[in-house]
Design a binder for this molecule. Sequence first.
Ligand code: HEC
Length: 139
Amino acid sequence: MKRFFCLTGLVMGVLIQPISAAEPPVDFVNQIKPILADRCVECHHSESLFGELNLQSRELMMRKRKGGPVIMPKEPEKSLLYIVLTLPPKEPKAMPATGHRIAKSEMELIRRWIAEGATWPDGKDGAIMPRKMPSKKGV
Ligand code: HEC
C-alpha cells in the first residue's frame, strides 16, 4: 500500500511539474537586481544621475523626473526601463549606454518582471550600491 502511494506521488509530481514549472514569477532579488547592479546602477546612482534616474531603490527610481516614470507596472511596452533595452544600439537612449547589450534572456526577464507588477522590495533586499562608487576605505 505504501508503495502505491509513493508511485502515485511520483506520477502526480511528473504530471503537475510542467504546469508549475512553466513560469514561476520573476524574483527581483535573484534575477533583476543583479542585472541592474552589473549594468545600470554605475550610471544611475545618487552621484551620477544620468537621465535624472537613480536605480538604487524602487523609491529613488520612482522619484519625480522630467521624463516621467520609467516603469508603468504591468505595462512593459510603456515602460522606458524596458523600452531603452530594446532600442537599436545606435539610438542615443539605447541602454546600457556603453558596453555590450544585455542578453535577450535578461531583457525578457525585465519585460516579464514589469508585466508581473514590477515588485521591488524596500530595505536591504531592494537596495543596490554601485560597485564603482568611491568608498572611504579606498577599496
Ligand atoms: C554608461 C552610463 C550608462 C549606463 C551603464 C546605463 N545608462 Fe541609462 N542613461 C544614461 C544616460 C547618459 C542617459 C540619458 C540619455 C538621454 O536622455 O538622452 C540615460 C537614461 C536612461 C533612461 C531614461 C531615458 C529617458 O528617455 O528618459 C532609462 C530608463 C535608463 N537610462 C535605463 C538604463 C538601464 C535599464 C540601464 C542598464 C541596463 C542603463 N540605463 C545603463 C547612461 C547610462
